[in-house]
Design a protein. Structure first.
Lengths: 313, 508
């Protein structure tokens, strides 16, 4: 077990090193110049060259890489060129909207998908099963930003119930901030629910056909207990995997949805940083996102241990 | 009787046009902008967005009135200019306070102008002509020039790459304290979320009427919040829903929706600016002026504008660099050189000029969709004229990098608002990408820059425009309008290339 965990940690370090290197190279070979973006359209080439020197961008790519790795080893993600603040602070500022958007979306997705998925499996072939499967297939095919635009059109523009964009102004209360998250959370949650629903249904169908379920029923266990305790507990592993991966996608920033709703989250930060060629922010954000993916995958594997006593590493 | 009087008073109030009612003090507005400004130091950036936000925090010695004439702001009056045009004596207003409570003196102005000549693109442009900047007394500054340089007052008045006045002890190259003299102070900046400004109680407004960016600044609002909303479609929806009080830079296609909305009304700035095709005159396939002329001969400006802006409600064919509402408007050189749309004639001209079939590399971006649409139309006309075309569509950051390399492009597409003074046009500089640097250009621009008589300058500007049409360093495509929108409750805001809100108020 400990040996397995140590192996996994070593693997994670290698993955992170590769991510750092690949992102660094891709960012540097992509055309575009942060100095030109910062100085505006009428800046002279001399001004741009001076700023590049000040930012250290006139150094060779190898020198910049060595400097960057040194920074990382000291736990420093660097300084944002555009925002003039540490990358860590920029990411922490953006973490809150993304975190709550993730939780909000996951809750919506789970509340919709789990009961319907369980019921659809239990009543296989029924109208609810067929209708939910069809709707789930449609929902899985809809891009979340498109659904977001439709929700925006009805609930923000036509009925004026929710705001179109933003995360609340200065001093906005927690309630106001969640209010701003409602439409994007529904857009993401509804689309994510399709995948979770399909996995829940499939996983429950597998389990409901097992011998021990037949045995439980033969022993006269109440049907609700058979489904919700015996079957669901064993069906949870693939469902947990999907929930975990959905969370990883959402935590890493629902890039397009955050952009459409003008949410100042991690996804929006990455898009803005790419457009501004803010190299330290792109590198830092992708490093953190990759780290989250790796950690969430690791956490899911560890959760298997808790959920399924048969799993041994 | 009392009831009758009250009724009459009510009817009179209802019937009174809103502009006759006094604007109310108080309130907060949210302004949706196109994004997050790259800096809040307007000396170090020429980006319009930086100017829009920071003109509320910082002030310059001069600014522009509604007719785009230079008018004093922190200076008491327009500068006294010596007969030879080489000495500018600037009297400062008294009682001006910085946001930190200190008084503005000539020492602050001298230190700030020195920082401007060191850090700002436009300041460096002026620095070539400046001998000394000195504080004559606590309320007077003297700028001594090496030779007369007429654009100086305009350069000192502009709001980006701006000659803002800062406290003498806050002149670091990288600004960390945002202390100005403007009507609003910076309260909080949360990058990509909002920039919150609040009324500066120590502000001393000019007296008299407001006049464009000049005159009285009333500070009706308690707070102004600039909120970045980078997605143009989201800005449109936010405008229609009434979420923001002012929404900047909206697509022209949204005009009808905005007009039918209840919470907001469109504002049209007619004209806002002009799209430009800049030629690489230094290297490559269009270095030969005859080939540049052949390209111009091939193109239909009308079709490009129609593709880009849809309706003539939003564009106008106009070859004059400045439109008719500017004193600078002249048709010098335009006749026979604009909107020719003659691909066959262009083909003959290109062959005669020795065009060798190498692709014309057009660098454009979809960040501004109208650039891309114009590029597509241009490419088709050029193909009809026998040119090979390599349309390179990149994002704006890539374009701004590539255009600095003489070896990478032949034409790039950009646009500009109409700047109050032609000397502010970046493309006129020989160091600007395009690198127009010929004896004709140098003679025309030098004569224009050194003349101080306003009437003579108009004539000399016509010579510069004629040189542009003769040598084709860049092509103006036409005029286009800008669309923004404002809440029906917002007063005191007019369409402007750099909207300002110190005279704005909200009705309750």
């Amino acid at each position: 077990m400990i040996r397995y965990i140590l192996q996994r940690i070593a693997g994670m370090i290698v993955v992170m090193f590769l991510v750092v290197t690949i992102v660094f190279v891709i960012v540097r070979v992509t055309p575009g110049d942060p100095a030109a973006v910062m100085l505006g359209p009428d800046a002279t080439p001399q001004d741009i060259a001076e700023l590049r020197t000040r930012l250290g961008l006139d150094q060779s790519i190898v020198a910049q890489y060595v400097f960057y790795i040194g920074q990382l080893l000291r736990g420093d993600l660097g300084q944002s060129i555009f925002l003039n603040m540490p990358v860590t602070s920029a990411l922490l500022d953006r973490a809150e909207p993304t975190f709550f958007l993730t939780i909000f979306s996951l809750v919506i997705a789970s509340v919709i998908a789990l009961p319907i998925g369980i019921y659809a499996a239990y009543r296989r072939g029924s109208f609810v099963d067929q209708a939910s499967t069809t709707i789930a297939m449609l929902a899985a095919s809809i891009p979340s930003f498109w659904l977001g635009l439709i929700l925006m059109q009805f609930f923000a523009v036509r009925f004026n119930i929710f705001p179109v964009s933003g995360y609340g102004g200065p001093g906005a209360s927690f309630g106001e901030r969640m209010y701003h998250l409602t439409l994007p959370a529904f857009a993401l949650g509804l689309v994510s629910s399709a995948l979770i629903l399909r996995f829940t249904r499939a996983s429950m169908l597998d389990v409901l056909g097992d011998d021990y379920i037949r045995t439980a029923r033969a022993k006269g266990v109440v049907e609700r207990r058979v489904v919700l305790k015996h079957a669901l507990k064993n069906a949870l592993i693939p469902i947990l995997t999907v929930l975990g991966l959905t969370a990883a996608v959402l935590v890493s920033g629902a890039v397009v949805t955050e952009t459409v709703f003008g949410l100042p989250g991690v996804g929006n930060l990455v898009v803005s940083a790419v457009l501004r060629r803010d190299y330290p922010v792109i590198q830092g954000a992708l490093l953190v996102i990759a780290g989250l993916y790796v950690l969430i995958n690791f956490a899911i594997d560890m959760l298997y241990l808790a959920v399924d006593p048969r799993v041994r590493y | 009787m009392k009831l009758k009087l009250a009724l009459l008073a009510t009817i009179a109030l209802v019937a009174m046009p809103s502009y006759l009612m006094a604007q109310e003090r108080g309130g907060v507005i949210n302004v949706a902008t196109v994004g997050e400004p790259p800096t809040l130091d307007p000396m170090t950036s020429t980006a319009d967005l930086v100017g829009i936000v920071t003109q509320h925090i910082f002030e310059t010695l001069y600014t522009f009135d509604a007719k785009w004439n230079v008018t004093p702001l922190l200076a008491e009056s327009l500068p006294e200019i010596s007969a030879d045009g080489k000495t500018y004596t600037i009297k400062l207003r008294d009682g001006i306070k910085f946001h930190d409570g200190s008084d503005m003196t000539s020492e602050d102005v001298v230190a700030s102008l020195n920082r401007w000549t060191k850090l700002a693109s436009r300041g460096k442009q002026a620095a070539e002509f400046i001998e000394t900047i000195t504080a004559t007394d606590p309320a007077t500054v003297t700028i001594q020039l090496k030779q007369s340089y007429a654009p100086l007052a305009s350069l000192l008045a502009f709001n980006n790459s701006a000659a803002i006045i800062l406290p003498a002890e806050k002149q670091a190259d990288v600004m960390t304290d945002f202390v100005g003299t403007g009507p609003y102070t910076l309260k909080e900046r949360k990058a990509d979320q909002y920039i919150q400004l609040q009324r500066f109680d120590g502000y001393k407004s000019r007296e008299g009427e407001s006049d464009g960016y000049g005159g009285a600044r009333h500070q009706y609002l308690d707070e102004i919040r600039f909120v970045p909303v980078p997605d143009p479609n989201t800005r449109v929806e936010a405008a229609v829903s009434g979420q923001y009080d002012y929404i900047d830079a909206l697509p022209v296609e949204s005009f009808d929706r905005l007009k039918s909305a209840q919470a907001t009304q469109p504002l049209v700035l007619k004209p806002f600016g002009y799209p430009i095709f800049v030629f690489n005159t230094a290297e490559g396939n269009v270095k030969n002026v005859e080939i540049r002329r052949a390209i111009r001969q091939a193109l239909s400006m009308e079709d490009m504008l129609a593709a880009a802006f849809g309706s003539t409600d939003f564009y106008a064919l106009d070859g004059n660099i400045y439109p008719s509402n500017f004193a600078w408007s002249t048709d010098a050189g335009v006749e026979g050189n604009y909107n020719i749309a003659d691909p066959e004639g262009a083909k003959e001209a290109a062959t005669a000029a020795g065009y060798d079939g190498k692709p014309i590399r057009i660098l454009t971006s979809r960040q501004y969709e109208f650039h891309y649409k114009m590029a597509q139309v241009a490419a088709e006309y050029l193909k009809l004229a026998g040119f090979a075309v390599d349309l390179q569509v990149v994002d704006w950051a890539t374009l701004t990098q590539r255009r600095a390399d003489k070896g990478l492009w032949d034409i790039y597409i950009t646009h500009s608002p109409f700047l109050p003074e032609p000397a502010l046009i970046g493309s006129l500089s020989p160091s600007s990408p395009g690198w127009w640097n010929t004896p004709a250009r140098n003679a025309a621009v030098a004569a224009f820059s050194s003349e101080v008589d306003p009437e003579k300058r108009l004539k000399l500007w016509a010579d510069v425009q004629k040189a542009m049409y003769d040598e084709v360093p860049y092509m103006k495509i036409g005029d286009f309008n800008g669309v923004s929108s404002k809440s029906t409750k917002l007063e005191g805001v007019e369409a402007s290339p750099w909207p300002y809100f110190w005279n704005a108020s909200v009705t309750k």
